[in-house]
Design a protein around this ligand. Structure first.
Ligand SMILES: Nc1ncnc2c1ncn2[C@@H]1O[C@H](COP(=O)(O)OP(=O)(O)OP(=O)(O)O)[C@@H](O)[C@H]1O
Ligand SMILES: [Mg+2]
Length: 572
């Protein structure tokens, strides 16, 4: 965190200086008040009352100016610190590998990016403003109290250990609860995230009451922990006030007694001493609040650091030459299991080669590992053992950007963003011309429906693509990948929502325009892949058979079963 604060050292330095100015003015007031009472009011001297009164007003104005400047500089430091931290955290979250994001929930990442950063930002604000204010108030107050009478300072010193005991006692009890509060916030954000994104499913299954209950539970948990913290802290202030009032009464008694017995004491001094005592003890009470903010911010800082310190798992390689092939993929004895899961391999000893310009289709039961297999090619995950080569080079040797630039991938779940259709497609290639975008959409059989929308290519897609049908979303995702014009095209069940006629037209256009591109096509329907050069049948993470449609009908029982279950007699 220091790294982020260091940049704003000037503001962090100047803000406390102004704060010292403000507090000094506050500390001078009771002293002046004493003079007004002792030398002005009690001696009926109007000139002194007027002179000191004016002095007090000037000091108040100067203090206010210092206070304003301190606030401005403290805000400059805290806001910019928070801004930088949030940016870096977001960029780190973007760079996390799938393996890492699988571990931390989306809701928790959102809490860290918002609430946790705010907590740390508040701490910076408190540190450069509140902390300095109260330290100066405390030390200066003791000094000024001593100036009124050393006995008064002694009374304050006797009260001090009690105050410190209460502060440390309550904070020690409360601090583990702060981390809990942030965790419970994660819980709420998780439920919110899922329910807002999945609102349609919630409504379709009339699960509003169920989800409300889930939200209420998460909310109640947060409320309970917060209540515990606040109840604990609620004890703190009254305890401190008891100590303060005992000290005040003692000062009045001792001061009054000294005055009565003709000692060196005046009513103005007693008044000033009471104000200083209040300032000292309120300083400590505020300090307790500041420590509370610090403790809370420490919990948040730990959670932010947990993300910022996530080690890089998927490293860039240093291959920079031009590979021998263009679009060749080889799997050599690849085994894979998802990190932090028990059970065997999801992919077990997979070996195959897809040659340049070849189309390999993959078919297999749901959960057989098809999506997992293709995720290893752009290194969304790394294989546990074995090697994956693209163009004859191990994928781990490429710079990630170089590797991913070679691949146009359409994931199983079409992801679209709330921007225009054109902007969604353009993601495939920066600086693509409108002609190129239209061409990609034509290949993906998307141009027709796009032109029928209200603003054509400039129609806005709603968040998550909810304004589009499943097949439309798939076709836009395909347009995006096609526009990329990469060496390898991967479709993960990307035409499942299209009718067979549209799907056939799409593949026809694709094969015509991108004949030399290597393609891997995952599909559940035999009709979608019949024309592929080769088809791999995946079964429980193993390749059961590989060959053309005709060959597989001969040799693969699983393929035959799928075929028989899908095609009517007349289609054979
Ligand atoms: N991120 C993940 N973490 C842990 N396990 C996972 C993860 N993703 C998938 N799996 C598991 O890996 C196995 C293979 O999943 P995969 O998505 O590759 O199947 P698939 O063949 O694509 O299925 P489908 O046809 O339904 O898309 C499944 O048992 C699944 O539960
Ligand atoms: Mg899949």
């Amino acid at each position: 965190m220091w790294k982020y604060l260091k940049k704003y050292w000037f503001f962090c330095l100047i803000a406390p200086l102004f704060m010292i100015g403000e507090v000094s003015m506050d500390l001078l007031q009771p002293d002046l008040m004493r003079d007004i009472v002792d030398n002005g009011v009690l001696k009926n001297n109007f000139d002194i009352i007027l002179g000191i009164g004016l002095k007090m007003i000037v000091l108040v104005l100067f203090g206010a100016l210092c206070g304003i400047l301190c606030g401005v500089f403290a805000n400059l430091a805290a806001q910019q610190f928070g801004n930088d931290l949030r940016k870096d955290l977001f960029s780190k979250i973007m760079s996390l590998s799938f393996q890492q994001t699988d571990k931390i929930s989306t809701g928790s990442l959102v809490t860290r990016l918002t609430n946790d950063v705010t907590q740390v930002q508040n701490m910076v604000m408190m540190a450069v403003r509140g902390f300095v204010r109260n330290v100066v108030m405390f030390v200066g107050g003791i000094f000024m109290l001593y100036r009124q009478s050393p006995t008064f300072a002694l009374i304050a010193a006797c009260g001090l250990p009690f105050v410190l005991f209460f502060v440390s006692f309550f904070l020690k009890k409360a601090s583990p609860l702060f981390a809990k509060v942030q965790k419970k916030l994660d819980g709420i954000n998780n439920v919110m995230q899922e329910d807002v994104a999945g609102a349609r499913v919630v409504k379709a299954y009339v699960k509003e009451a169920h989800e409300l209950k889930r939200f209420d539970e998460a909310n109640d948990e947060l409320c309970n922990v917060n209540l515990k913290v606040q109840t604990l802290l609620a004890f703190m202030s009254p305890c401190m006030n008891i100590v303060l009032n005992i000290c005040v009464v003692t000062v009045i008694l001792v001061g009054g007694l000294t005055f009565k017995t003709g000692g060196d004491m005046t009513p103005g001094r007693i008044m000033a001493a009471i104000t200083y005592l209040a300032q000292i003890l309120h300083g400590i009470t505020f300090m307790a609040n500041i420590f509370q903010t610090f403790t809370r911010a420490k919990a948040s800082a730990d959670r932010i650091n947990e993300v910022l310190d996530c080690p890089e798992i998927i490293f860039d390689g240093n291959y920079e030459s031009v590979p021998e092939y263009k679009g060749k993929i080889e799997f050599k004895n690849v085994c894979f299991a998802y990190p932090n899961t028990s059970g065997g391999y999801i992919l077990d000893n997979i070996s195959f080669t897809v040659n340049e310009g070849e189309t390999l289709a993959i078919i297999g039961a749901t959960g057989s590992g098809k999506s997992t297999l293709i995720k290893l090619i752009p290194r969304f995950y790394d294989a546990v053992s074995g090697e994956i080569l693209v163009n004859g080079v191990n994928v781990k040797d490429y710079k990630l950007k170089d590797l991913r630039d070679k691949i146009g991938i359409v994931l199983q779940k079409a992801e679209l963003y709330s921007r225009s259709i054109e902007a969604n497609i353009r993601w495939g290639k920066d600086g693509a011309t409108p002609f190129e975008i239209k061409k990609a959409a034509e290949i993906a059989q998307a141009d027709g429906f796009i032109c029928n929308t209200e603003y054509g290519y400039y129609t806005n897609v709603s968040e998550g693509g909810h304004s589009l049908s499943g097949g439309q979303k798939q076709r836009l995702s395909i347009s995006r990948a096609v526009l990329k014009n990469s060496e390898i095209l991967i479709f993960d069940d990307s035409t499942s929502a299209l009718d067979l006629k549209t799907e056939a037209k799409l593949y026809e256009a694709l094969n015509k325009e991108y004949d030399g591109t290597t393609k891997i096509i995952i599909a559940q329907r035999i009709a979608s892949i019949k024309g592929a050069d080769r088809i791999a049948v995946l079964d429980h993470g193993k390749i059961e058979a590989m060959g053309t449609h005709g060959e597989l009908l001969e040799k693969s029982e699983i393929y035959r079963d799928i075929y028989n279950s899908q095609l009517k007699e007349g289609d054979r």
